[in-house]
Each structure stands twice: as structure tokens, then as C-alpha cells.
Design a protein around this ligand. Sequence first.
Ligand SMILES: CC(C)(COP(=O)(O)OP(=O)(O)OC[C@H]1O[C@@H](n2cnc3c(N)ncnc32)[C@H](O)[C@@H]1OP(=O)(O)O)[C@@H](O)C(=O)NCCC(=O)NCCS
Length: 175
Amino acid sequence: MRIDRTEEFLLTTETKQAISALLHLCFPGYPAHQTYYKYPPTFRYLLWEGKELIGHMGVVSRPIGYEGSLFPVFGIMDLCISPTHQHQKLATYLLSELEELGKKSGIDFILLIAKERELYLNNNFQAASNLCKWLLLTDNRALGLVRRELTDLMVKPLQLRSWPSGAIDLMGPLF
Ligand SMILES: CC(C)(COP(=O)(O)OP(=O)(O)OC[C@H]1O[C@@H](n2cnc3c(N)ncnc32)[C@H](O)[C@@H]1OP(=O)(O)O)[C@@H](O)C(=O)NCCC(=O)NCCS
């Protein structure tokens, strides 16, 4: 098994096809031939077994805003493991790799939105609910800002700062 961390702009056509196929397999209804829902991540972790892509985690690296200050975060999108390789702690492994990278890079929080929380609670994430502001994207167009309570946030503080309870500015599209 091999793990790669790849910047979005370096992805080859072949790798994009493998990502798209895995996303389609793991997320029923994922748009065909796409490698992201609405906006691409900054980098991705890719798990390979030989030439087969068996795991994927997209990561958005950006600051978010709180009370006029900016905090660097890693936002996780489209974490998935091929059905034939699930329950072998591979997602846990990807999360731990990202945590290690974030800690040494001065990232304050790992953040994601998840309906099913078990994997993340097992990995010491905490559930959070915040009023959030983000950029709404539809059909490759920015339609404006949305302000709404997000009740299914999962967060993991990586430095000393604890996650705030107040209004968060996501400073871009949802992860
Ligand atoms: C969720 C997922 C990434 C977990 O991958 P994995 O390598 O099997 O995870 P791990 O082995 O590290 O941990 C497994 C634990 O995660 C939890 N889990 C299983 N499915 C889950 C899900 N859809 N969401 C959250 N947690 C889940 C369970 O507690 C499981 O424990 P078990 O193995 O004792 O049943 C994988 O099941 C998957 O790709 N599912 C389809 C896509 C998806 O729902 N992604 C999550 C987006 S938030």
C-alpha cells in the first residue's frame, strides 16, 4: 500500500479518473466524471494498492474568520475508502496523517461536516454547532453568501486554541 499527498494542480488525467471512479463507488449519486462536488480541495491524500486507488481524502487549506481574526484550518472533504477495504482502519490512518501534518504546520483546527459521526468521534473529534457564513456555489457560479447554523460540524483542535461557540466565517465555499 502506498500513500500520496498530491496538490490539486499536479493531478494527472489518469489519477483524476481513478478519483472520480472511487468517489462514484463510495458516494451513491456522486456526479459522474467529477472529482469534487462544487469546488476542488487544495490537496488530497490518495491510498493506492498497486494501481488501484483504494482511499481518498480531499483537504481544503484556508483560514476561517472568527471575531475579526483568522485561524488556519484544514477542511476535510470526500473522505472515502473502497468498500473492499473498509473496516481496516484506513480512514483512521488518513486522519492521523492529516493531524500530524496540521500540527507541524501550525494549523489550528481540522474541520468537516458529517452526518455520521462515529469515525470522527473514535478519532477524538468533537461535535460542534455554529452559526456559519459561506459562499454558495451552484453550477459553477457564486450566488452569494449564506448564513445558517451548521449543526453537523466535527472539529479537532490541533494547537492550544479551543473551538469557539460563536459565529464562524468560512471565508469561501463549504468543504
Ligand atoms: C466512512 C469510511 C471512510 C470509513 O472508512 P474505514 O477505513 O472503514 O474506517 P476505519 O476502519 O478507520 O473506521 C471504521 C469505523 O468508522 C465508523 N464508520 C463506518 N462507516 C461510517 C460512516 N459512513 N461515517 C462515519 N463513520 C463510519 C464505524 O465506527 C467503523 O467502525 P467498525 O469498523 O468497527 O465498524 C468508509 O466507510 C467509507 O468510505 N464510506 C462511504 C463514504 C462515506 O460515508 N464517507 C464519510 C463522509 S463524512
